[in-house]
Design a protein. Sequence first.
Length: 267
Amino acid sequence: MGNLNWEGAMSYIETYGFPVLKAILIFIIGSWVIKKIVGASRKMMAKSNYDESLQKFLMNLVGWALKIFLVITVIGALGVETTSFAAVIAAAGLAIGLSLQGSLGNFAGGVLIMIFKPYKIGDLIEAQGVLGQVKEIEIFTTKLITPQNKLAIVPNGAMSNGNIINYTAEGKIRVDTTVGIGYGEDLQKAKIVLLEVLTANPKVLQDPVPSVNVSELADSSVNLVVRPFCKPEDYWDVFFATIEGSKIALDKAGIEIPYPHEVQINK
């Protein structure tokens, strides 16, 4: 009876144990090989000066393809017929594809972004109602860091089909601010004072030349539009410095910045 049980156990191990052990070894070795392949590919792309956005996208794509191949290999090691399994995968893939049309659209959008490159990692863009710096371009989504340091994840399908404003692409951006002065003030003197504020700021570019122009004759003020150019990464520094510097310089020059007045009439 003991020999029979031992023979049954050995037969069970031979039938099921060895294939399971084989599959586990294939999975462990395969995972290690995939890690090495992805790492070597990443180093090769870095040496070849591939675009960072393209590097991450291709690495994600290669990683997923190799993992799928590994899973099929492991299932084959367990004794499952891979040809019939491939047919099942194809049928399941069709069903999944129909139910995940949005995801496939996002994948196609990611491919289009990689081909046409409307933006890359590090660019400041505005799309789908979100303003932010591109952190990552993945297979299905693009990750943006907003000025409030929030992470915004936008589907690539929407990104590739919608309007995109790239503030970084041209290497410079105009900062628009408006400053009002009183009607009784010297207009030319105010323009000179404001231009001096811009030229004194080292982050303001001198090409294109910054400008100060009258934009509106408002109810109680003459409004001047102050327009310096700067690098995209310096936008907010220049924006705030222009407003603060304009106030200080106009006060120093004795030029009034109008503010609402309340008049009381007594009968």
